[in-house]
Unconditional design. Structure first.
Length: 152
């Protein structure tokens, strides 16, 4: 599969390092949501640029039901299952610093396709907006991702 964008490939956004046996079917199932994946990759390109054009690791992008269960997702309606979410780790800065930079960028109008960002411990969960007006905000958890507090 070709690159979605300069730095984010279909393969990287449908991979699983800990569940490699589930990856082939995950990629087949992802094809149903390919346009959402392309839109998500464009958002990730914007985020990469905002964070200084440094590499971003994709921990988890699209996850079919089997992979979503295998990673023990707590979300009942995970946006990963429709290719609208990605868990990322910026390589050149900490999670809190990246989270703050994205809040500033959103307030400045630089992330019009952003729906939601969760600061989930050691990574950021990023969701792409699929329709006008579905922006949700920026959230943090202080209890291991059981409850969320909106901070921006």
């Amino acid at each position: 599969m070709a690159n979605f964008s300069p730095y984010f490939t279909f393969d990287s956004m449908t991979d699983s390092l800990n569940n490699t046996h589930l990856v082939p079917q995950n990629r087949v199932d992802a094809m149903k949501y390919i346009n959402a994946g392309k839109r998500l990759s464009k958002l990730l390109e914007s985020i990469r640029h905002i964070l200084g054009d440094h590499p971003i690791n994709v921990n988890s992008g699209f996850r079919n039901h089997a992979l979503n269960t295998a990673v023990k997702s707590k979300a009942k309606n995970s946006k990963h299952t429709v290719f609208e979410a990605c868990d990322i780790n910026p390589r050149a800065m900490g999670i809190k610093e990246a989270f703050s930079a994205l809040i500033t960028a959103q307030k400045g109008g630089l992330l019009p396709d952003l729906r939601k960002v969760l600061q989930e411990g050691s990574w950021l969960h990023v969701e792409v907006s699929m329709s006008p007006g579905d922006y949700r905000g920026f959230f943090v958890s202080k209890d291991g991702n059981l409850t969320w507090e909106k901070v921006a």
